[in-house]
Design a protein around this ligand. Structure first.
Ligand SMILES: NC(=O)c1ccc[n+]([C@@H]2O[C@H](COP(=O)([O-])OP(=O)(O)OC[C@H]3O[C@@H](n4cnc5c(N)ncnc54)[C@H](OP(=O)(O)O)[C@@H]3O)[C@@H](O)[C@H]2O)c1
Length: 333
């Protein structure tokens, strides 16, 4: 039994169904069972963390709870032959931060099957600049390329472009030589997107068709959609013959009202993206790419680094769609 304490954000549910977030101390012994105990150096903020922190029961069923779907750090204890004490590792997705105490605490304990060794070429902090958002962006691009999309195929649309998934998608695509068009609700952040490498910025209104036409002029060879709803429906209708659209998010809406013509007349593919249960072989392939050919030079440019105590305010911003780029949490600051 260990009486060792650590600092964590804890979300509590009150009797009148309000959710209170506080930074408090927890015992290592309170952590769930698992083969690997990790001392967390960095975490990052994702939209799903915002949902968990505001009491969304589709994400987190019971409280008190420590959110944080991302963590990077050092193995402190391991009952698995695959990991030794002192190994630098990343843990993200699966159930971390959902119903398993997550990366917004200085320690996590998880099954060995959730743990990835930190790839050479990435520091612990850099891995969290990518985090689940970057992983999802890279997985989306991998799926476009697997379906034959190349820089020569034509323009790629990225929606929710200033957000976590969007900004990393924009930056990786630009680095890989694609012509990227960014759709954003933050036209005041046009320069941020241009600096990340986009060739054109369009507003959300332009990205959302209101004519009701079944097909629109085919423009995109690929789409990385992070928002869902009418913007995704418009993107599908505006995709060129043989193009591919990936769908990972629902910040605009979980609904998708579309018709069959983009699929049956243009051969457009709609590919679902799930990072949470992505198989380990694909997971390792994506991290390998992010640490090498898709490694971004100016990660600091799209990152703000905060302490645990600053999370509360940043959670409010992400829930309002106001975050820009990635927020990395230094657990020991
Ligand atoms: N499937 C998966 O495995 C997976 C993994 C990670 C994330 N996700 C999902 O991907 C989405 C994005 O996650 P994130 O962490 O990147 O969140 P985020 O940082 O909050 O980015 C979302 C962006 O979407 C845009 N947006 C916000 N509200 C909107 C609205 N009402 N209508 C249209 N656009 C809106 C904003 O960008 P602009 O202002 O630039 O438009 C916002 O910055 C979320 O739905 C998340 O749950 C899924």
């Amino acid at each position: 039994m260990s009486l060792k304490k650590f600092k964590a954000m804890v979300v509590k549910e009150t009797d009148d169904k309000k959710y209170i977030r506080e930074i408090t101390e927890k015992l290592i012994d309170e952590l769930p069972e698992g083969e690997v105990l990790v001392k967390v150096k960095y975490s990052s903020l994702n939209y799903k963390d915002g949902l968990s922190a505001m009491g969304n029961k589709a994400v987190t069923k019971s409280y008190p709870h420590t959110p944080g779907v991302d963590a990077s750090g050092i193995v402190e204890e391991s009952e698995s032959n695959d990991f030794q004490s002192g190994d630098e590792v990343i843990v993200h997705a699966y159930d971390l931060g959902m119903n398993t105490s997550g990366g917004f605490g200085q320690y996590i304990r998880v099954p060995a099957a959730w743990v990835v060794k930190l790839p050479g070429g990435l520091s612990s902090k850099e891995s969290m600049v990518y985090g689940t958002a970057g992983f999802t962006a890279a997985l989306s691009i991998l799926k476009l390329e697997e379906r034959g999309v190349t820089p020569e195929s034509g323009e790629i649309l990225v929606t929710g472009a200033t957000g976590g998934v969007g900004s990393i998608a924009v930056a990786i695509l630009a680095k890989a030589g694609y012509q990227v068009v960014a759709a954003t609700g933050k036209l005041n952040e046009k320069q941020f997107l241009i600096d990340l490498g986009v060739k054109e910025v369009i507003g959300r209104d332009e990205a959302r068709d209101t004519t009701g036409r079944l097909l629109l002029k085919g423009r995109w060879s690929g789409v990385v959609d992070t928002v869902g709803g009418d913007i995704l429906a418009t993107a599908i209708k505006s995709t060129k013959y043989g193009g591919t659209v990936t769908c990972c998010g629902n910040v605009a809406s979980h609904e998708l009202n579309t018709n069959v013509y983009p699929f049956v007349l243009r051969g457009v593919s709609l590919v679902g993206i799930d990072s949470a249960n992505c198989p380990m072989n694909v997971r390792l392939q994506v991290w390998e790419k992010m640490s090498k050919e898709w490694k971004l030079e100016h990660l600091d440019y799209l990152t703000s680094e905060i302490a645990l105590e600053e999370l509360d305010h940043n959670i409010e911003l992400i829930l309002q769609g106001k975050q820009k780029g990635r927020v990395v949490v230094d657990l020991w600051r």
